[in-house]
Design a protein around this ligand. Structure first.
Ligand SMILES: Cc1cc2nc3c(=O)[nH]c(=O)nc-3n(C[C@H](O)[C@H](O)[C@H](O)COP(=O)(O)OP(=O)(O)OC[C@H]3O[C@@H](n4cnc5c(N)ncnc54)[C@H](O)[C@@H]3O)c2cc1C
Length: 445
């Protein structure tokens, strides 16, 4: 099969939260810029916010909280292991980001006095700001395309190309046809998310992971092979999630008064969400199964929780709980420890970046869960998507165009052909993945 060749000023690997915001920002700054996005899935629905989202977890609202207080709070959450400038820049730009999203039609509820709804998520300060937007992903992907970005769906970035020590483009693989897609570009933004499929989920379903299962750590590998520094890879992250469903609900329920209880009815967490290690401890001490109790809450609070859970993030939860006969007014929600993930969004692992989203390789930027800005969540993906685009646009304007390294392309091609030829080693790809993830779970994390 012949390779497909594309030309761009800027290529973005991953069309999720960070990738879409990067494309939008680059084209706001320079509408005639050629921006290509390699997206492994379909940009309309891919990534951690496949549908909607219920909160921007970090917003420093002026006259209410400060970026300085946020840095203090996140530093406590990371045991002090933090490059503060990036977290500071994110918090400083977070309110401007909220206003921009509002301008696009994203709904942030306010009370009668016009104050945004904030909840206690961090050890200090109320930074989590409620948002109700069931169509967030389709909105941002549509905006990126309307501004002129070219999304190449079903193409998985495999390897970065280099030219005289700087990045020069990406070789990708069409996961449906097997075609290699080569894109020459003067700057690259890695926005391929974290690693959802790292160990096995407790449910036993290979792809039933908390994070988007298309996120398989490819960004880390590409950066590493190109010589970029990585950090915090030992901080794999494991949480207790809804047993068998692995879906988000801890922040939504506990910040609204839900209680995490152990088997002896001791309250482990209530009204705050920063003591995840206490849950792990309780489970390890044999005080599990843990569960979330909501039945003590006022009916209108339970209704609010149901509304968020069943409409915004993963609407399938409604059917899941109904099928199990779980009514939050009477029954608790069972939690169970499940798969480990690697992630800069909720965790602390990833590609080393500074507050300008620059990696250690010239012309290469990283934003979102692939980048090591600890616990940056969606705010970080959006803010650093924008920051990376701003720096990339400057870099492109002040550097000569790059050349393609045909030898490298041939080497990638040869490797793909070798891996595609399974004769003599007919192991089902799912079996292979199962075994690798089991090994990681048993011996690595
Ligand atoms: C279930 C869940 C709930 C969350 N809730 C909240 C919340 O309420 N508030 C909050 O602030 N944060 C929340 N977060 C965190 C937040 O959503 C993420 O931090 C953020 O969306 C990450 O953005 P990203 O662009 O790095 O990754 P993603 O949005 O996941 O995008 C990565 C993209 O890269 C693509 N990709 C992967 N590999 C390749 C490759 N090799 N080539 C091409 N494309 C590739 C994927 O298909 C995907 O589209 C939540 C996360 C999850 C998983």
């Amino acid at each position: 099969m012949k390779n497909r060749y594309l030309e761009a000023d800027l290529i973005i690997v991953g069309g999720g939260s960070a990738g879409c915001l990067a494309a939008i920002r680059a084209l706001e700054l320079k509408p005639d810029l050629k921006v290509v996005i390699f997206e492994k899935g379909d940009i309309q629905y891919s990534g951690s916010i496949a549908r909607g989202m219920d909160a921007l977890n970090i917003v420093a609202i002026p006259n209410f909280t400060t970026p300085e207080l946020y840095v203090e709070a996140v530093s406590m959450g990371c045991g002090g292991i933090l490059d503060a400038p990036a977290s500071y820049v994110m918090a400083k730009r977070s309110f401007e980001l909220l206003k921009k999203l509002e301008g696009w039609g994203v709904y942030f509820p306010v009370d009668k006095a016009g104050q945004y709804r904030t909840l206690q998520y961090h050890a200090k300060g109320r930074f989590l700001t409620a948002m109700e937007e069931p169509n967030l992903k389709t909105m941002i992907s549509r905006l990126a395309l309307e501004k002129g970005a070219v999304a190449v769906n079903r193409v998985m970035g495999l390897e970065l190309l280099m030219d005289s020590g700087r990045v020069a483009g990406v070789v990708g693989l069409n996961v449906r046809s097997g075609e290699l897609v080569v894109c020459r570009a003067n700057a690259v933004i890695l926005a391929a998310g974290g690693t959802a499929r790292f160990t096995l989920p407790n449910s036993g379903y290979l792809y039933g992971t908390f994070d988007y299962p298309g996120n398989t750590g490819d960004g880390y590998v590409m950066a590493y092979k190109a010589g970029a520094s990585l950090t915090g890879m030992e901080f794999s992250r494991r949480t207790l999630l809804i047993k068998d469903a692995n879906m988000p609900l801890l922040a939504i329920t506990v910040t609204r008064g839900g209680r995490v209880m152990d088997i002896f009815d001791n309250i482990i967490m209530e009204n705050e969400c920063h003591s995840l290690s206490r849950m792990e401890e309780a489970f390890a001490q044999g005080r599990g199964p843990l569960r979330i109790k909501l039945s003590h809450l006022k009916p209108e609070v339970i209704e609010e929780i149901e509304h968020i859970l069943f409409t915004t993030e993963r609407p399938v939860q409604e059917r899941f709980f109904k099928g199990r006969g779980v009514d939050f007014r009477k029954s608790d929600i069972e939690l169970w420890p499940t798969e480990c993930q690697l992630c800069g969004g909720h965790g602390m692992a990833g590609v080393v970046v500074n507050e300008k989203a620059e990696t250690t390789v010239p012309g290469l930027y990283a934003a979102g869960d692939v980048a090591a800005v600890p616990k940056q969540h969606l705010t970080g993906a959006f803010v650093f998507g924008e920051v990376a685009a701003e720096r990339a646009v400057e870099f492109i304007a002040s550097n000569e165009p790059v050349k393609l390294d045909q030898d490298r392309i041939k080497a990638v091609e040869a490797r793909c052909n070798r891996l595609a030829d399974t004769s003599g080693r007919e192991i089902d790809v799912r079996d292979f993945e199962y075994k690798v993830r089991r090994l990681i779970g048993d011996y690595v994390v």
